[in-house]
Design a binder for this molecule. Structure first.
Ligand SMILES: CC(C)(COP(=O)(O)OP(=O)(O)OC[C@H]1O[C@@H](n2cnc3c(N)ncnc32)[C@H](O)[C@@H]1OP(=O)(O)O)[C@@H](O)C(=O)NCCC(=O)NCCS
Length: 153
């Protein structure tokens, strides 16, 4: 069952982020993402009351939003939870008239092997790479911006 956009399950989100140390290894960022899940519009996928994954969305302009964070518990990755959450978020945004949804992740100019799977996930869901920002986050974490058009035409 998908719950949201008021999630209010910081503890559940934190547990998911802690199961993914290869992606969320910076403590300060991890606690920020857990906190933001109850501050910003967020959806979670629950199975038998256990939170399996969540997505947090950030509004830049009424027609242009960003996936602030998406994470699926390590033990259920690759089972479709992330796709369901992203599909749901996209429909929710499209119904509000949102045209563009962007995502930033680590670019392929970084040697980090874990983010290759993350980029593949977004590319396979219709997100097009737009620009690499070499030092937006830090020189060792180049940011790739991807965008998907959510409008009807
Ligand atoms: C990226 C992420 C949100 C995707 O959610 P998910 O539930 O694992 O994804 P799905 O099961 O819906 O789809 C995963 C795709 O990878 C494939 N896959 C296979 N094994 C996998 C595994 N162990 N882990 C992840 N994906 C796997 C799936 O077959 C599917 O392939 P497709 O793109 O060709 O359809 C999730 O894996 C995750 O939390 N990753 C770590 C954190 C992260 O990268 N967050 C984003 C930071 S920018």
């Amino acid at each position: 069952m998908i719950v949201g956009p008021l999630l209010e399950n910081e503890k559940g989100c934190e547990a998911i982020l802690r199961s993914l140390p290869e992606w969320f290894g910076i403590e300060e960022s991890l606690t920020m993402y857990a906190r933001d899940s109850s501050r910003l519009p967020s959806f979670g996928l629950e199975l038998d009351t256990r939170l399996q994954g969540f997505i947090t969305l950030l509004e830049h302009f009424p027609q242009a939003w960003e996936v602030h964070c998406i994470a699926v518990s390590a033990d259920v990755r690759g089972e479709g939870v992330g796709t369901k959450l992203l599909d749901h978020a996209e429909s929710w945004l499209a119904d509000k008239g949102v045209k563009f949804l962007q995502i930033k992740t680590i670019a392929s100019t970084s040697p980090d092997p874990h983010y290759a799977a993350t980029r593949e996930f977004y590319l396979n869901r219709g997100y097009d790479p737009v620009e690499v920002f070499p030092s937006l986050w830090s020189p060792t974490n180049p940011a790739l911006q991807l965008v998907k058009y959510l409008g009807k035409s």
